[in-house]
Design a protein. Structure first.
Length: 571
C-alpha cells in the first residue's frame, strides 16, 4: 500500500518537473521575444531621433534664410523672436523690448485689433494687408499670413507670422490702375470740369490726400484759375465755389506755371511763396500740364503732414500730366469755341434785329421823304405854270435845276430802299435761266443806237432768286451804257464754266477807271462821276448780291479804253 503511494507520488513529481521545464522553456522564449522587440524599439527610437534632428536643422535653416520677415509674438503683442530679414525691415532687433502695436500705422490700428481677434478665434489668417511704420518712421504696406502656436494641451501660447513688403508692388499696381482709370474716365469727355474732376480725384486717392486742385492757365490775364478742387466737401464735375485766382509767378502754383518745372515742398512753413487757403498744410506737390511747349494747367496737391510726398509720386503725376494734356487742351479749345459760338449767336440775333429795324426804317424814311419831295415838285410846277410869263430865262433854268435835283433825290431814295431790302437769304428752289433773263433785260433797258450789246456764250441756268440776278445784271449793264463815251460803244457779256463755279464778265470800251478806285467803287455812295441818274449805290448792290451767293467781284480797267467787271457764282 505504501509502495503504491510512493509510486503515485513519484509520477506526480515527474509531471511537475516536466511542467516546470515546459514553463521555463516558454518563459525563455517569451523573454527572448521581448528582448528582440526591445532591440527593434531602440533601433526605431534612434532613427526617429536622427530624423527629428535632421528636421530641426532644416527648419532652422528655413527660419534663418527666409526672404520675408518672420516674427513670433506672445498673446500680449510682445515680440519674442524675429529673423534677420524682419530686424532689417522694421529697424529693431530682438534685444530691444518691442510690442507689435508700435509697428501698426495709426490709421490702421482698429483694423489691426479686429484682425488679431479673428486670428485668435480662427487660429490663422491669410493675406492680411495693412500699413506698418518702421523705427525710421517709414510707412510700408505689408501682406501678412499668421497662425497660432499651441502648447501640448492645445492651448494658444503665441502667434507667428510671415510678413512680406508689398510697398513697391502695390505702388506699381496703383499707378497702372490709376492711369488706366483716368484715361478711361476722360475718354470722349468734352466738359473741362468733368475731365479736371477725374484727374484730381484719382490723384488725390493715389497720394492718400483729401486736397488736390487743378488750376487752368488764363493767357489773357496771365493768371491761374481753379477749375476743380477735390476735398471732403467738393461737388463732383462742378466748378469751384469761391475759386482762387493766382497771378503768374505768385505762390508755389504760380511759380510752377511760370517755370514749367515740377516742385515738392517738404515744409510750407519754410517757403514764403505758400498761399494760405483755409488751413495750412505742411507738404505740397505741384506739377504743370504742358501742351505744345506751353503750360495750360497746373496740378497741385497738399497734405497736413510734413515731408509727405516723395520723388516717385512726382514722377508718376508728371506722367499723368503728359497723358492728359491732349484731352485737356481739346476740352479747353471746345470751351473757347462754344463761348465764341455763343457770342456770335448773340451778335447774329442783334444783327438780325438791327437789319429788320433798318429795313422797316428804310421803308418809313423813303415814304416820309418822297411825300414832301413830290409835294415840293408839284408846288414848283404850279408856280412855274401860273407865272410862266413873269419868269425870265434864268428863273426858268432854276426851275429846271430844281426838277433835276428833286428827281436825283427821289432816285437816291429809291436806290437806298432797294439796297436795304436785299436780304442775305437765298432761295434755292427756283431755277433761273440767265441767258433768257439778260436778253429780256436788254430789251427793257434804254440802249442808245451807238452802243451794241453782245452775249458771247450762252449764259447758264442757276439756282437762286430771279429778282436778285436781274438787279445784278441790270446795274452792271446799266453802268456800261451810262459811262460809255465812244461813237461806237461795245458791251460784251461772257461766261466761263469752272468746276465749282461760273465766272461771268461784262466788258465795255467806255471811259475806264483809275486803279486807285478799284476797291472803293463797290462801297455805297462811291460814284466816280457825278451824274444826275447816278446815286453811287449800283455797284454796292452788285457786291452785296455776289456776297449773298458766296462769290467774288472785281474789276480790270484802263482809262479811256474801257472796263471789265468780273463776278463768280457758285454752282
Amino acid at each position: 500500500m505504501n509502495q503504491d503511494k510512493i509510486e503515485i507520488l513519484e509520477r506526480a513529481l515527474d509531471r511537475q518537473k516536466k511542467a516546470r521545464k515546459q514553463a521555463e522553456k516558454i518563459l525563455e522564449e517569451k523573454s527572448l521575444a521581448l528582448f528582440n522587440a526591445s532591440q527593434e524599439l531602440n533601433k526605431a527610437n534612434i532613427k526617429l531621433a536622427a530624423l527629428l534632428a535632421e528636421k530641426t536643422s532644416q527648419l532652422k535653416g528655413v527660419f534663418e534664410n527666409i526672404n520675408d520677415s518672420y516674427v513670433v509674438i506672445d498673446l500680449e503683442g510682445e515680440v519674442l523672436k524675429m529673423n534677420d530679414v524682419a530686424e532689417k525691415f522694421f529697424g529693431y532687433n530682438t534685444s530691444e523690448k518691442l510690442n507689435a502695436a508700435k509697428l501698426v500705422y495709426s490709421e490702421d490700428y482698429q483694423y489691426a485689433i479686429n484682425s488679431f481677434s479673428i486670428l485668435i478665434d480662427k487660429g490663422y489668417f491669410t493675406n492680411y494687408t495693412a500699413r506698418i511704420i518702421t523705427k525710421n518712421n517709414d510707412i510700408k504696406w505689408v501682406n501678412i499670413n499668421g497662425s497660432i502656436i499651441y502648447d501640448n494641451l492645445k492651448k494658444p501660447i503665441a502667434v507667428q507670422g510671415i510678413i512680406r513688403d508689398i510697398t513697391a508692388e502695390r505702388e506699381k499696381r496703383l499707378i497702372v490702375d490709376m492711369i488706366n482709370n483716368i484715361m478711361k474716365s476722360i475718354l470722349g469727355k468734352e466738359n473741362i470740369y468733368e475731365i479736371a474732376w477725374e484727374i484730381s480725384s484719382s490723384i488725390a486717392t493715389y497720394l492718400d490726400t483729401n486736397d488736390c486742385v487743378i488750376y487752368l492757365v488764363n493767357e489773357a490775364t496771365k493768371s491761374l484759375e481753379q477749375i476743380t478742387a477735390y476735398h471732403s466737401k467738393a461737388i463732383p464735375n462742378k466748378p469751384v465755389l469761391n475759386k482762387v485766382v493766382i497771378p503768374f509767378g505768385k505762390g508755389i502754383v504760380g511759380s510752377v506755371a511760370q517755370t514749367g518745372i515740377s516742385e515738392i515742398v517738404v515744409n510750407t512753413n519754410n517757403d514764403e511763396r505758400y498761399i494760405l487757403d483755409g488751413v495750412r498744410r505742411l507738404s505740397e506737390i505741384t506739377v504743370p500740364i504742358i501742351s505744345e511747349g506751353k503750360v495750360i494747367a497746373v496740378i497741385d496737391a497738399e497734405h497736413k503732414k510734413e515731408n509727405f510726398f516723395i520723388k516717385e509720386q512726382l514722377n508718376t503725376i508728371e506722367n499723368i500730366a503728359s497723358l492728359v494734356s491732349l484731352q485737356l487742351k481739346s476740352a479747353i479749345n471746345i470751351r473757347e469755341r462754344k463761348k465764341t459760338e455763343s457770342i456770335n449767336a448773340e451778335l447774329l440775333n442783334k444783327l438780325k434785329k438791327s437789319n429788320e429795324e433798318l429795313h422797316e426804317y428804310a421803308h418809313i424814311v423813303s415814304h416820309d421823304l418822297k411825300s414832301p419831295l413830290r409835294s415840293f415838285a408839284a408846288l414848283t410846277s404850279w408856280i412855274k405854270t401860273d407865272n410862266i410869263e413873269a419868269f425870265d430865262e434864268a428863273s426858268l433854268q432854276n426851275f429846271k435845276d430844281i426838277d433835276i435835283t428833286l428827281e436825283t433825290m427821289e432816285n437816291l431814295i429809291t436806290d437806298i430802299l432797294q439796297y436795304s431790302s436785299l436780304e442775305a437769304t437765298v432761295s434755292e428752289e427756283e431755277i433761273v435761266d440767265l441767258d433768257s433773263l439778260v436778253k429780256n433785260l436788254i430789251h427793257v433797258l434804254y440802249v442808245p443806237d451807238s452802243i451794241s450789246i453782245n452775249i458771247l456764250n450762252t449764259l447758264p441756268k442757276v439756282k437762286g432768286d430771279k429778282t436778285k440776278f436781274q438787279q445784278l445784271f441790270q446795274n452792271l449793264i446799266g453802268n456800261a451804257i451810262k459811262f460809255n463815251n465812244k461813237e461806237k460803244g461795245i458791251i460784251n457779256i461772257d461766261v466761263e464754266d469752272h468746276n465749282s463755279f461760273y465766272k461771268f464778265s461784262i466788258s465795255d470800251n467806255g471811259i475806264g477807271i483809275q486803279n486807285r478806285h478799284f476797291e472803293n467803287i463797290f462801297k455805297i455812295f462811291q460814284s466816280l462821276k457825278k451824274e444826275k441818274n447816278s446815286s453811287g449805290i449800283g455797284l454796292s448792290i452788285v457786291k452785296k448780291i455776289v456776297d449773298i451767293y458766296k462769290g467774288e467781284v472785281w474789276v480790270e480797267s484802263e482809262i479811256d479804253k474801257g472796263s471789265t467787271f468780273y463776278f463768280t457764282i457758285k454752282k
